[in-house]
Design a protein around this ligand. Sequence first.
Ligand code: FPP
Length: 225
Amino acid sequence: MDGNGRWAAARGLNRAAGHRAGLDAVRRTLEASREFGVSILTLYAFSTENWRRPADEVEALMQLLGEAVSDEADELIREGIQLRVSGDLSSIDPGLRREVEQVVALTRENGELILNVAYNYGGRAEILSAVRRLAGDAAAGRLSPDAIDEAALSRYLYSAGLADPDLLIRTGGEQRVSNFLLWQIAYTELYFCDVYWPDFDRTHLSAAIQTYQQRLRRFGGIESS
Ligand code: FPP
C-alpha cells in the first residue's frame, strides 16, 4: 500500500493524513475484493523497517491499526470475514495487541474472506523466525531433518495454512518487492501501478485482476494444451 506519504505531500498534508486516507482505501479494497470473490486479501500495513520512521508517524500508524480494529470488528464479524495477522506483535502496545488478538479469535471460524494484515512484518524476519522454531523442534527430536521439506517449513510461517498469493499488487510506482512475503511469492504474478494507495479503488483492483487473468502461469512447466 505504497504512496500514502506522497499523496499527502501533494496536498500539503502531513504523512499521517496520507495514512488515514489509506485506511479509506483499505475499506474500499476490502469491499471490492468481496465483490470480486477474492478469498484472501493480504495488506502490508507496517514493515519491520517502518520503525525507522519518525516517532510521530509510527505512533499515527499504530493508532490507525487500533482504530481500524475497533471500528471494523463488528462489521468483520457480521460479514463473515476472518482477520489474521502476519507479523510480530510482541513489540506493539500490549493493549492494542490484546484488542487485535480478540478480533482474530472472534473471527477465527469465518470463511467469507480472509483479511490478513501484515503488521510489523518482514519477509526475511518471517523466514528466520520459522527456521529458528523448526530448528528447535529438530534439536528436540520432534522433527526429523529428513521430514524438512517446503510444506514443513511453510507450517512454521505466519501464513501457515494459507494458499500462496496469486497476485501481488504494489501501488505508488516503485517496482520492487520490499521484503514482502518472500517465501510465498515464488510463483506469484506481480502487478505494479502508479496510483498512490489512497487513490486506489474498485476500478484499479478490477484492472489488476483483469491483467492477472490474461497472464499465462506455467509454474516452471510448459504450456499445456
Ligand atoms: C506506505 O506508504 C504505507 C504505509 C507504511 C502504511 C500503510 C498503512 C495504511 C494504509 C493504514 C493502516 C491499514 C491497516 C490495515 C490497519 P509510504 O508512507 O511509504 O508512502 P510514500 O512512499 O509516498 O512516502
